[in-house]
Design a protein around this ligand. Structure first.
Ligand code: ATP
Ligand code: MG
Length: 543
């Protein structure tokens, strides 16, 4: 983060200089109601990097105040995602651990005459809030006595009332120009089992009340959140002050990260999973961190992408190609090179000895020797890409194989196509060719030029593999409802071959298949059924 100065850093540095804080403490506070997406990565990177840069600490705190939507499986998934991104939380905490203290602090509010039990329904409360031009209407229950409020609140906690019949509201200002200050709800009745506290509680604190208290309890110095909470800040400060929290955290907002043609909302992503539009949260097409991991994006690339988008108060929208470029930069440097044929066409080299296989050595990376070398088999039988052969050279820019033309097979020999074999439907199913022994790669042959260089896989040792290609999940006209914009044809699968040395690949191994793009071994891949996911195409395929 060194070079990425931003307004949050400026605030932190001032607070350290003036002695307001000795140690910086931040938190990342997800609600465990789904998996994290790339938007969350901005919050995670901002929270962790802002503290890390000044030797501070960052908590991962689950904002689990809404038992109906939350689940333990999401807790574990989020912990994994944060670690995968490269951050180890100093503590893993839960808002629900503070339910007792939150309840006690609500009693402080009631005793100060700053909160009351309202018997109105949610609809009535909504209808009397007023709007930006009209003040709200005070509840008929607003002036209950402290004693009555204490009594009713205790009964609420003791589960003596039906869901939806009463709430605890803060008594602030029904005419405030800030709608959040118009007697917001503090506690509501919910009869649902909580993933951690089970059935201990039937009243749950609202986000606006719980969040500042959580921050204060954990002594969070800078509570960083996205910009939609800006209007909630006066309420945040009010709750901290009025509940007499000994520590006063400061909320600072930053702009949300949006990506073009990508929906970053847990609610929407959950719907995609539940309606079977994708396989699961970690479907390689999903903009979740789990999906990106499965696709083959690296945490280094995601972090560098997030930092390169900068940070300001304004929401920003960037294109997916910017993230892809960061992924490509990282893989360019670290991924092994190898050959794969994704749309195979058989080639028989008629002048190569029968039943003979030779091995040609090549490095796994042109610049990084530490990635080692591999032995590439070569014989009379090979596969090339269908697209790398045509009967007749169409124009002078065509640099691949055609009848009576010679190409270089990467890491092997020049071959010249001499004939083709057709099937019953007149499709070319095989190319016959000859090779020239003198042109062996690495021998420094300069006798003549080939019509381009193509890749291949030797056929007798070739390892079959499935190649998955993906398109955006959501496309088309942005004015249409999201569910009508789902691309039903976003997953393409092909059967091809990889070189023999790749037989032992493991999930998450990454390769640049020469001339084809970057690929990641899928989590479901096994030695018997190898599966690759396209991570990003090679740059040159971008027009
Ligand atoms: P969603 O709408 O997808 O459910 P959320 O904001 O409700 O997202 P939380 O679990 O509450 O999800 O988010 C945890 C933190 O991540 C919050 O502080 C939120 O501000 C931040 N965050 C979520 N999405 C983005 C985004 N696109 N850009 C920046 N920060 C984000
Ligand atoms: Mg949320």
């Amino acid at each position: 983060m060194e070079k990425h100065s931003n307004f949050i850093r400026t605030i932190i540095e001032t607070d350290l200089k003036t002695g307001k804080h000795k140690e910086i403490v931040t938190r990342f506070p997800p609600e465990p109601n789904g998996h994290l997406h790339i938007g969350h990565a901005r919050a995670i990177v901002t929270d962790f990097e802002s503290a890390r840069l000044y030797g501070g600490r960052t908590n991962l705190r689950f904002d689990d105040t809404n038992p109906v939507k939350e689940d333990d499986t999401y807790v574990q998934a989020i912990i994994n995602d944060v670690r995968w991104l490269g951050y180890e939380p100093d503590q893993i905490l839960f808002a629900s651990d503070y339910f007792d203290e939150m309840y006690e602090r609500a009693i402080v509010l009631i005793k100060k005459g700053l909160a009351y039990i309202d018997d109105q329904t949610a609809e009535e409360i909504q209808a009397t809030r007023g709007d930006l031009n009209t003040p709200g209407v005070e509840s008929p229950y607003r002036n209950r006595s402290v004693e009555e409020n204490l009594q009713l609140f205790e009964q609420m906690k003791a589960c003596q009332f039906e869901e939806g019949t009463r709430v605890l509201r803060a008594k602030i200002d029904m005419a405030s120009p800030n709608m959040n200050m118009r007697d917001p709800v503090v506690y509501r009745i919910v009869y649902a089992s909580h993933h951690r506290t089970q059935d201990k509680w039937c009243i749950y604190p609202m986000y606006d009340y719980a969040h500042p208290l959580e921050d204060a309890i954990e002594e969070i110095t800078h509570s960083l959140c996205s910009i939609e909470f800006e209007d909630h800040r006066p309420l945040y400060d009010w709750f901290v002050e009025m509940t007499e929290m000994p520590f006063v955290p400061r909320q600072i907002e930053f702009g949300r990260l949006n990506i073009e043609n990508t929906v970053l909302s847990k609610r929407f992503l959950r719907q995609m999973v539940e309606e079977g539009k994708v396989k699961d949260w970690d479907d390689p097409r999903m903009p979740t961190l789990a999906g990106m991991r499965r696709r083959g994006y690296t945490p280094e690339a995601i972090r560098s992408f997030i930092l390169s988008t900068g940070l300001s108060k304004a929401n920003s929208t960037v294109s997916m190609s910017m993230l892809e470029a960061a992924v490509r930069d990282d893989l360019q440097e670290h991924a092994k090179r190898a050959m794969a044929v994704i749309h195979p066409l058989k080639v028989t080299i008629t002048n190569y000895p029968k039943n003979e296989v030779e091995f040609l050595e090549a490095p796994y990376h042109p610049e990084d020797e530490s990635l080692g070398v591999r032995q590439i088999p070569f014989s009379r039988h090979i596969y090339i890409e269908r697209d790398d052969f045509v009967l007749e050279k169409p124009n002078k820019h065509y640099k691949r194989l055609a009848l009576n033309l010679e190409v270089r097979l990467m890491n092997a020999y020049f071959i010249k196509a001499t004939d083709v074999v057709y099937d019953d439907e007149n499709n070319i199913v095989e190319v016959l060719a000859t090779y020239d022994k003198e042109t062996k790669s690495g021998t420094g042959f300069t006798g003549r030029k080939a019509n381009g260089t193509i890749h291949f896989v030797e056929a007798t040792q070739a390892v079959p593999a499935t190649f998955n290609f993906f398109e955006p999940l959501v496309t088309g006209d942005e004015s249409l409802p999201l569910l009508e914009r789902i691309n039903d044809d976003s997953w393409h699968r092909y059967q091809g071959f990889i070189e023999a040395d790749l037989r032992q690949v493991k999930p998450q191994d990454k390769f640049q298949f020469i001339r084809n793009g970057y690929f990641n071994v899928d989590d479901d891949s096994s030695e018997d059924a190898i599966i690759f996911n396209e991570i990003v195409p090679l740059k040159s395929s971008y027009k």
